[in-house]
Design a binder for this molecule. Structure first.
Ligand code: ADP
Ligand code: MG
Length: 735
């Protein structure tokens, strides 16, 4: 009998043909994992140390991928690099000791069509003795060509002609290997756990929604995600099988309902009301003082903010726009409205350099009209005391500062408007602290009043993140740059020769009296544990000065310097006493030197696209043509090359953000906003966009029709939130 036929017959007893879940017992969520048949105390302890404590945890440990093992191939049908399953007979085996000291177990095995090698480094003791000539094995792995035939390193083996049914002859789930526990072991205990406990998984979602979208119930989805039918191979591999969709939809729906509810709750809170006309007039007055016309994007952002300030509920708004799109003007003008009505405003920036720059611009532009003050760690004691007294007395003013604003003695009488620049540099706690300073009880109304909040970001947020991680915020976007900017010419530089040409190009710019930035990922070499080939800012500034640009003046700026050192270097650069500024990413925020026309980023492959785009935004601030060179290792992979090329192709931060999300995931955008990221196990913001939008719609409907989840069909969902919802989602709240 040919091997293929043999294994098709065994699949008639495979798990799919007999639906597990018939037996009744304790529920999955309160049964200790060690009571699953085949687990026991030893494996139980190991699983627990990996975070799988209950049977439910085990059932929710979803496969990370699937392999199509429905077909057993012949050795001659194997293709290099393509995972496959073959049925073989052992011919010989031997244990070798390599020169490196490693041991190697090599097994020769084959079918009637050919032979191949199976190899294990550091094979467990005694493994060799199982491979007796003549033994039948089922082998799954990825073949590689080696000395004219195929070899498979560390294949998965099933013993016997009709190997264990959960491992072959079917679409097989692949799990993230927990240390010391293989996919095979997981499959085996999952099979047992599903059989006994999957029926005890409670259904949290209303039947109406499941039916409307044709989605399976939870128990069925969990069963088939682990032991899927053979008919859905491609859907499974793409995470688009009904079971996947159901679980993904559930994650999104539970999340969106909570985010929207949180948003609604904030919208019901009270906030000081600013007469829309008074506000508009003040903004118009300030606008007249600007040396330029506002762009359409700036205008509509201002209108949206003033609209919010004209409501008796707290604004919670994010304004996103590329570096240089003019968000600061929007911040100042709207703050002016609040001041005109007798309120106080606070603008917090992540660095002293940036806070001072804002302060200088505000006084320069609006001099006598806007009452501004600066508070940083550098503010002298006497000045500080005076300033604190003015704040406490309720003087209408815009206070610009750093984290110093968060300190306890800084108290406002009526802080009505909070502005946070470069919001991703701050944590939830810090924003909360500032918001708290503006929260007060209005004795007359007998209610608590909250301040209005505006957060600013130069990293555009992809749409799906706007609905999830930022779902509690209203968003204004400035999509255009002020006129007169020349797009930065960007080039990825990898080879030596190209690098030399880039240095020449830079030299030409410097000779014209223009300036350049060189950005490195590290401060000094000692930081580079394990990455000794990485160039550090300190060492490279010396090399650039000595070897590459001896005729120009090179300065060094990094985050480990004292604030006054940093300020001194920055000042020299601004005054053109330095031609080249070597730095780490501290210049990312808020350095405005229009004479700089060159941005060089070393090891650009180590940065996210949005971050590179932000760094690039430091040049091209005037009418002069600017250049950005993305230096990358000569041997970066194709993916990295393609990724960096996105920056060569476009200057549109919104497009770059979408590409970044696709390639690197949401972590890039969340920063310190929340340490753990989004609570999705299966859902992927790029792949599953459609379901996110669906869940969003459904959550909106649910919130309208039954906000407190009182209806019987919504009770299970309510119970879910009571049990673990708040824990899981709390860190997402922005205030
Ligand atoms: P960002 O959005 O990166 O914070 P800024 O507010 O710092 O941008 O603005 C960048 C520069 O552009 C500043 O020098 C600012 O004065 C200038 N600017 C802002 N809006 C306009 C405009 N509408 N027209 C011309 N220049 C503008
Ligand atoms: Mg800015």
């Amino acid at each position: 009998m040919p091997p293929e036929a043999r294994f098709t017959t065994t699949s008639s007893t495979s798990p799919t043909s007999k639906a597990p879940g018939a037996a009744r017992s304790g529920s999955a969520s309160d049964t200790d994992i060690q009571y699953v048949k085949g687990v026991g105390p030893g494996l139980g302890a190991l699983l627990k140390s990996r975070g799988l404590t209950t049977v439910r945890d085990l059932l929710y440990f979803f496969p990370r991928a699937y392999e199509d093992r429905t077909r057993i191939l012949k050795v001659t049908e194997l293709k290099e690099g393509q995972s496959a399953t073959v049925a073989l007979m052992v011919r010989s085996s031997r244990q070798l000791r390599l020169r490196t000291g490693r041991t190697l177990l090599e097994v020769r095995a084959g079918d009637e069509s050919g032979t191949l090698s199976l190899k294990w480094f550091h094979a467990p003791r005694g493994m060799e003795s199982r491979f007796v000539p003549g033994a039948q094995i089922i082998v799954t792995g990825t073949p590689k060509r080696f000395l004219g035939s195929f070899e498979i390193i560390h294949p998965e083996i099933s013993w016997g002609q009709s190997a264990a049914t959960e491992n072959v002859g079917r679409v097989v789930p692949i799990y993230t290997e927990l240390e010391g526990i293989s996919s095979r072991v997981l499959r085996k205990i999952l099979w047992e756990a599903l059989e006994k406990y999957s029926a005890t998984l409670g259904e949290d979602l209303p039947q109406t929604l499941l039916q409307a979208h044709g989605l399976p119930r939870l128990a069925e989805a969990v069963r088939t995600i682990h032991f899927p039918p053979d008919t859905q191979v491609q859907d499974l591999i793409d995470f688009k099988a009904p079971a996947h969709r159901r679980l993904i939809y559930e994650e999104f729906l539970k999340f969106e309902f909570l985010v929207l509810k949180q948003r609604l709750k904030m919208q019901r809170e009270r906030a000081p009301l600013f007469g829309p006309n008074g506000g508009r007039d003040a903004a118009a007055e300030l606008e007249k003082l600007l040396p330029f016309d506002l762009t359409a994007g700036q205008k509509s952002a201002i209108a949206e903010i003033l609209g919010d300030l004209g409501q008796p509920h707290p604004m919670n708004r994010l304004i996103q726009g590329d570096v240089g799109s003019g968000k600061t003007a929007v911040a100042f003008l709207t703050a002016g409205c609040v001041l005109a009505e007798g309120g106080q405003a606070a603008l917090m920036a992540p660095t002293e350099i940036l806070a001072e720059q804002h302060y200088r611009n505000a006084t320069l532009l609006f001099g006598g009209r806007l009452n501004v003050a600066l508070l940083t760690g550098k503010t002298p004691g006497a000045e500080r005391t005076k300033l604190l007294a003015r704040l406490a007395a309720g003087e209408p003013l815009l206070l610009i500062g750093t984290h110093a604003l968060l300190e306890a003695p800084v108290e406002f009488r009526n802080l009505d408007y909070i502005l946070i620049d470069e919001q991703h540099r701050f944590g939830v706690e810090q924003r909360r602290t500032l918001r708290h300073k503006g929260t007060r009880t209005d004795a007359a109304a007998g209610a608590t009043q909250f301040p209005h909040t505006l957060v600013l970001t130069a990293t555009p947020i992809p749409r799906t993140l706007a609905l999830t991680a930022y779902g509690d915020l209203a968003i204004s976007s400035i999509r255009e740059l002020p006129p007169g900017r020349t797009p930065v010419v960007t080039q990825v530089v990898r080879e030596r020769a190209a690098r030399a040409r880039a240095y020449e190009r830079i030299r030409e710019e410097l000779r014209k009296g223009h300036q350049a930035y060189f950005i490195y990922p590290l401060v000094n070499d000692s930081e580079a544990e394990g990455f000794t080939q990485l160039k550090s800012a300190v060492a490279e500034s010396e090399r650039l000065q000595r070897e590459v640009f001896p005729e120009f003046r090179v300065g060094l700026l990094h985050g480990q310097q004292r604030p006054d050192e940093k300020a001194a270097i920055m000042d020299r650069y601004k005054r053109r006493e330095l031609d080249i500024l070597v730095s780490t990413t501290v210049v990312e925020v808020g350095v405005d030197v229009p004479n700089a026309t060159v941005m060089v980023i070393e090891h650009s492959e180590r940065f996210g696209l949005s971050q590179l785009h932000q760094l690039r935004g430091r040049v091209g601030r005037g009418a002069k043509q600017s250049y950005c060179f993305l230096f990358a290792a000569e041997r970066v992979g194709e993916n990295t090359q393609a990724r960096l090329e996105v920056l060569e192709e476009t200057n549109d931060g919104f497009r770059i953000a979408e590409a970044d999300l696709e390639i690197r995931g949401p972590g890039e955008f969340l920063g310190t906003r929340q340490s753990g990221g989004l609570p999705f196990k299966l859902a992927n913001l790029v792949r599953d966009q459609k379901w996110l939008l669906q869940a969003r719609d459904d959550a909106t409907w649910l919130l309208k029709s039954d906000p407190d989840l009182q209806l019987p069909e919504h009770r299970p969902l309510k119970t879910f939130y009571e049990r673990e919802g708040s824990l899981q989602f709390d860190r997402l709240k922005t205030s």
